[in-house]
Design a protein around this ligand. Structure first.
Ligand code: PSV
Ligand code: MN
Length: 430
C-alpha cells in the first residue's frame, strides 16, 4: 500500500481555497485556446501523461567548490532522499521516478529499496555510475581518468563499477545506465586526444557488452569541469560518434548546463534525434559555466525551444523516439524540495507550451519562407500562461494547486529537522 509523506487533507484544504479561481482561469484559457482550434482537454491529457525524474543527489544542498551551507532536516541517506522525492511527487504529480547515483545511494538490499520506493509511490529511472571520485578503500585512483585512464587496471575498475551499476539497476527495475566521466586534462599536452578516446571507447564497449537487451547506455557529454582544458566526451559531436561506434543501445544524454554559453542546444537536440541518438536529458539551467541552476530560472525560452524540438521529433519519430527526462540540479541557497518543485513546473510548462504551437502554421510559414510568421507561431505559444492546465492536471492526480504554498504549510522540513541527524559542513576550498 502506498504511504505518502504529506497529509492528503492538508493538500485538499489548501486546494479548496484556490479551486474557484482555478476553474475560472482554466475556463477562460479553454475559451481562448478554442478560438484557435485547440481543445484544452486534449492538452490537459498530454500534460497529465508527462513526467520527469528527479535526481537522488538533488535532494540535498550540494554546495559549491567553495562552501556548503546545509539546512536542518536535509536528507543524509537514500531512504531520507526517497522520502523527500516522494514529497515532490505527491505535490507535483509529475516526478514519479528517482534517478539514483552509485555508490552514493548504495544499500545492502536493493529489493527492499525498490519496495520502499514503491510504498512512497516512486519508481526508478536511469542509474548513474560514478567514476569521477575516489571512494574509501578503492584500489586504483581516478585522478588520471577512469574509462580513459592510461592504467589498464584503473580502466578495468571503472568498467566493473559500471557493470555493477547495471546489476543494481536490474534489481531496482531501471533500464538505462547514464555514464558521465570526469576524464580529461588540465594542460595542453597532458594526454593524447586520440589515444585517450581510443581507451574510452574500448572500456565503454565492455560496459556496453554487459547491457541487458532492453537497456540503453546514455552517454553524457560535458565541455569542462572538473577537467578545465579538455574532456574526453566534451560535446555532442564526441558523444554521438562514441554512441555510433558502441552500437544501437548507446544514446546521447543532453545535460543543458554542459555547453558553452549561447550554444544552440535546441539544434543539438534536433540533430541527435535526426540520427536516432537522442537518449535523454538532464534538465537544469546555467548562466555562465554552471550546470546546477533551477530549470528555466535563467533561460526559460531556451527550455521552451528544446521542448518545441521534442514535440516536433515526436511527430517524426526515428528509431523509437523515447528520451528519458531527468532533472540534474544541485541547490546551494534554496530548499532542494522547493527548487525541484519549481523546476518540475517550469519543465512541464515548457512541454505544455510546445504542445500549443500551431504546427501547421509553423510548417506552412517555413515552407513559404515567411520568417516572421514562423517566429510568431512559436512566440504565440510561448506567450500563453499554461499554469491553469498544469494545476488542473496536478489536482486531478491528487497534487496541489499551489505546490510551494502546500509544501510550506506542511512544515515538512521543520519536522524532518527534529527527526534527522545534522549534515556535516563538507569541504570547501576556503
Ligand atoms: C556532472 O556535472 C553531472 O551533470 C553528471 O550527470 C553527474 O552524474 C552529476 O552531474 C552529479 O555529479
Ligand atoms: Mn548531468
Amino acid at each position: 500500500m502506498t504511504q505518502l509523506p504529506l497529509s492528503a487533507d492538508l493538500i485538499a484544504e489548501a486546494n479548496a481555497r484556490h479551486a474557484d479561481a482555478l476553474d475560472e482561469d482554466y475556463d477562460a484559457l479553454g475559451r481562448k485556446l478554442a478560438r484557435t482550434g485547440i481543445d484544452i482537454e486534449a492538452v490537459l491529457g498530454r500534460v497529465a501523461g508527462f513526467s520527469v525524474a528527479v535526481p537522488s543527489w538533488g535532494a540535498g544542498r550540494g554546495g559549491t567548490r567553495f562552501a556548503k551551507f546545509p539546512i536542518p532536516g536535509e536528507p543524509t541517506n537514500i531512504h531520507e532522499k526517497l522520502e523527500d522525492c516522494a514529497v515532490i511527487n505527491q505535490l507535483s504529480r509529475v516526478t514519479p521516478r528517482v534517478s539514483p547515483h552509485f555508490p552514493w545511494d548504495k544499500v545492502s538490499d536493493f529489493a527492499a529499496l525498490r519496495e520502499e520506493a514503491a510504498t512512497l509511490g516512486l519508481g526508478w529511472d536511469a542509474v548513474n555510475s560514478n567514476t569521477f571520485q575516489d571512494q574509501r578503500g578503492q584500489a586504483h585512483t581516478y585522478a588520471n581518468g577512469s574509462l580513459s585512464a592510461q592504467d589498464a587496471a584503473t580502466r578495468q575498475q571503472a568498467v566493473e563499477h559500471n557493470i555493477e551499476c547495471i546489476e543494481i539497476g536490474r534489481q531496482l527495475g531501471s533500464t538505462d545506465l547514464t555514464v558521465w566521466v570526469g576524464d580529461g586534462t588540465n594542460f595542453p599536452g597532458q594526454q593524447d586526444f586520440a589515444r585517450s578516446l581510443d581507451r574510452y571507447l574500448d572500456a565503454a564497449s565492455q560496459v556496453y557488452a554487459a547491457l541487458p537487451d532492453d537497456w540503453r547506455m546514455l552517454l553524457e557529454h560535458k565541455m569542462f569541469e572538473p577537467a578545465f582544458y579538455s574532456t574526453v566526451i566534451s560535446d555532442w559531436g564526441s558523444s554521438i560518434l562514441a554512441a555510433q561506434e558502441l552500437g544501437p543501445k548507446a544514446k546521447c544524454l543532453v545535460d543543458l548546463g554542459h555547453h558553452a554559453p549561447n550554444v544552440n542546444i535546441e539544434q543539438i537536440v534536433a540533430r541527435l534525434h535526426r540520427f536516432g541518438k537522442l537518449g535523454g536529458f538532464h534538465f537544469n539551467d546555467s548562466k555562465y559555466g554552471d550546470d546546477d541552476l533551477d530549470s528555466g530560472s535563467i533561460n526559460p525560452h531556451q527550455l521552451f525551444l528544446v521542448f518545441n524540438e521534442l514535440v516536433e521529433a515526436e511527430l517524426n519519430p526515428r528509431d523509437g523516439f523515447n528520451p528519458s527526462y531527468m532533472i540534474d540540479q544541485s541547490h546551494n541557497v534554496t530548499d532542494p524540495i522547493e527548487s525541484m518543485l519549481s523546476s518540475a513546473e517550469a519543465i512541464t510548462g515548457c512541454f505544455a507550451k510546445a504542445l500549443l504551437v500551431d504546427r501547421d502554421a509553423l510548417h506552412a510559414a517555413q515552407e513559404s519562407n515567411d520568417t516572421m510568421m514562423a517566429f510568431q507561431a512559436l512566440r504565440r505559444a510561448y506567450s500563453i500562461d499554461v499554469a491553469p492546465i498544469l494545476a488542473k492536471a496536478r489536482v486531478a492526480a491528487g497534487g496541489a494547486i499551489d505546490v510551494l504554498e502546500a509544501y510550506r504549510l506542511s512544515q515538512y522540513r521543520a519536522r524532518k529537522a527534529q527527526e534527522r541527524k545534522a549534515v556535516g559542513l563538507g569541504a570547501g576550498i576556503v
